[in-house]
Design a protein around this ligand. Sequence first.
Ligand SMILES: [Zn+2]
Length: 249
Amino acid sequence: MIDSHAHLDFCEPSNAELVAEALEAGVTRILTVGTDASSSRAALAAAAEFPSVFAAVGHHPNNATGFSGADRAELRELAADPLCRAVGETGFDQYRDGAPLEDQRLAFEAQIEIAAELHKPLIIHTRDADDLSIETLREQASGVRVILHCFTMPTRLEECLAEGWWISFAGNVTYPKATELAAACALVPDDRLLVETDAPYLTPQPRRSERNTPAKVVQTAEFVARQRGVGYASFDRLIDDNAAELFGW
Ligand SMILES: [Zn+2]
């Protein structure tokens, strides 16, 4: 199994503990995702230290206030590192009173361009901004491999699949109230499916009282496999293959 989206730098245990716990649970690859330049640098450093860790370099929409040409140039440089296997997370977030929308757009467009230029997949965060995110990707990200991280748009699933985007499910798919999302995870074609933790957030249901860690992607994977009516071993292989192809690891 793999974790296609974690934030090792926000997790409390050390990277060494997180990686060891993950390996023990059968989680052999972790993509740790940057949310600004310093967090992206930390992601690259973790990837350099641990063979099972790879980095995504990005600038989160909630951190986009004042996003500048210098920020773009810095991201471009970090993203060119061979240990960087995706760009993002980026997108729109209108849930939190975070950054002004125009700054979010600047950061988003810059990261679409960097992903296209470097031929690396693009990781999308979208919250309360479904139309805006889908429209921007449609208009500007053609030819870029798009991953909708922590997928929460079950009513837009068909449209997203029609665009050829990858759908990554996080621990919230396991929550008892998330019935639409649980149904959606059974409908994604095999070759477009990923799972993730978004650790330290969104701990899957069976261990919800704990802080999330990459090892707990297993509980989400078990849930999604059950929804799809497949055994864990074959689901494990499927997700491993999808991630290996997408992230080139
Ligand atoms: Zn994230």
